[in-house]
Design a protein around this ligand. Sequence first.
Ligand SMILES: [Zn+2]
Length: 179
Amino acid sequence: MRTKERLSIALVTAFCGMIVLWSISAPLRMTDLSLSAVSPSKPVLDSQEQEFFNFMVQQVHKPVSYRGEPPNIENHRNPAMVIKEHNTFVILFYIPVFHSYDSQTRNFIISHEFGHIYYNHLRHEGSTLNEQIQADTFALSFSSPDVLIDFCNAFLPDKEMAARIKNAQAYKEKHLLQY
Ligand SMILES: [Zn+2]
């Protein structure tokens, strides 16, 4: 009988211990869930974008890599940005903001980021308006001004976006006059 009693006490203790552990680990399990919700469910770039990315690397002649990141909390509408790690430029694509755009706009975003790399803009406190316009003008060699105008329009009202639209429209008019 004593052995049986000891055994049941041990079983009850083990069972309670498991329940306590399960409840203690609840916040951890929730964290895991939220992390899996923001991690990319598909590759950051599709095969066409990967090809375009490789082409852009050749245009700037600089070491460039990329990775997907959770959305930027400070600027939750930012689809991408460039950082420099050691001697390599890294484009951070904010998932799922980047994936919320259509493929033409995603190509514009990629070429705009390469514009920052081409001009060596280091974005510690975000880009200046001048840097944004330089990166846009670089991107306009690879993307339609209409895609850029639509992209900027989605952010209005905004002084910076208005200036970028003006630049894209000027590029468009100049381009149309040439033909
Ligand atoms: Zn930019």
